[in-house]
Design a protein around this ligand. Structure first.
Ligand code: UDP
Length: 243
C-alpha cells in the first residue's frame, strides 16, 4: 500500500507539455538523448513526491504542419506528418525514461498498432495507477491543431490539476524579452486576459480558449533550470501562473 502525504499547494496529477524543440537539445533538430536523460531526472523529482505525471509531447523538432504545407504538400498531409513527428519523439523519450529508471509508457492518438498502444482514457488511468509516467503522442489525432491544444484537452480529460507548459523563457512577458529589454514579466495572468490580449502568445489561442472555457490552470515556466518542474508541481512560485 502506498501512503501519500500531500503538502498544501502540491498537485496530485500534472500535465507537462514539452515541445519538440526542447528534445533537440544541443542539435539543430532531431532528438538529443542527453537532454531526454536530463528531463527524466527532473521528472523523477516529481514522481518521487508521488505526483502523477502525464506528458504531451510536441513534434516541432522534426515537422510542423503549418511550415510544411507548401509547394503541393497539403495542409492535412503536413499535419499528419507533424503528428508522426510527435510519435517519433514519444517513442524515443519513453525509451530514455525507462532506461533512466523512470517507469513510463507511450500512448498515441494516431492509429499505429505496430508501434504503440492507442490512447484510451482507461489505459492512461491504469498506467498512472501503476506509478508510470504516461507520454501521449499524436496530439488530438486531427489536423489543424497543435499539441498545445491537445495538452489542454488531455489535461481536462485526465483531470490534471495543472498544465506545466515548459518554455525557453521564465514566464509570460508583455512583449518579447529577447527583442525588448524593458519587457515586463507577469507573475499571474487571468485566463481571460490570456485569451483576449493579442500580444500574449504563450500557447495558441485555441488552447488558451479551451483552458478558459473549463477553468484549467496553466503554469508557464523555464524548463532548463534544475528543479523547476518539481517546484512548479509542488505549488511553489515558478514562472507565470495563468488561472
Ligand atoms: N498536429 C496536428 N494535430 C494535433 C497535434 C499536432 O495536426 O492534434 C501537428 C501539427 O502540424 C503540428 C505538429 O503536429 O504543427 C507538431 O506539433 P506542435 O507544432 O504542437 O509541436 P511543438 O511546437 O510543441 O514541438
Amino acid at each position: 500500500m502506498r501512503i501519500v502525504l500531500y503538502t498544501e499547494g502540491m498537485y496530485k496529477r500534472i500535465l507537462l507539455k514539452l515541445s519538440g524543440e526542447q528534445l533537440q537539445g544541443k542539435y539543430d533538430g532531431g532528438f538529443d538523448a542527453e537532454r531526454a536523460q536530463w528531463i527524466a531526472s527532473e521528472i523523477k523529482k516529481v514522481t518521487d513526491k508521488n505526483i502523477e505525471v502525464v506528458v504531451m509531447i510536441g513534434g516541432g523538432n522534426y515537422a510542423r504542419g503549418a511550415q510544411l504545407a507548401h509547394g503541393g504538400v497539403q495542409r492535412v498531409t503536413a499535419d499528419n506528418i507533424g503528428m508522426l513527428a510527435t510519435l517519433m519523439n514519444g517513442l524515443a523519450l519513453v525509451d530514455v525514461f525507462n532506461a533512466s529508471n523512470l517507469p513510463s509508457r507511450i500512448l498515441t492518438n494516431i492509429k499505429s498498432d505496430q508501434i504503440a498502444d492507442q490512447f484510451t482514457h482507461r489505459r492512461a488511468l491504469s498506467h498512472l495507477a501503476k506509478d508510470r509516467v504516461v507520454v501521449v503522442s499524436g496530439g488530438i489525432g486531427r489536423p489543424y491543431l497543435t499539441t498545445d491544444t491537445a495538452a489542454v484537452s488531455l489535461a481536462l480529460e485526465l483531470e490534471c490539476d495543472v498544465i506545466l507548459k515548459a518554455t525557453k523563457v521564465d514566464g509570460v512577458y508583455d512583449s518579447d524579452p529577447h527583442e525588448n529589454i524593458g519587457a515586463q514579466k507577469f507573475d499571474h495572468l487571468s485566463l481571460k486576459d490570456a485569451v483576449e490580449q493579442p500580444d500574449i502568445r504563450v500557447m495558441d489561442k485555441a488552447a488558451i480558449a479551451l483552458a478558459y472555457d473549463h477553468n484549467q490552470s496553466i503554469i508557464v515556466f523555464e524548463l532548463l533550470q534544475d528543479g523547476n518542474i518539481a517546484r512548479a508541481a509542488q505549488g511553489e512560485k515558478v514562472g507565470t501562473t495563468i488561472s
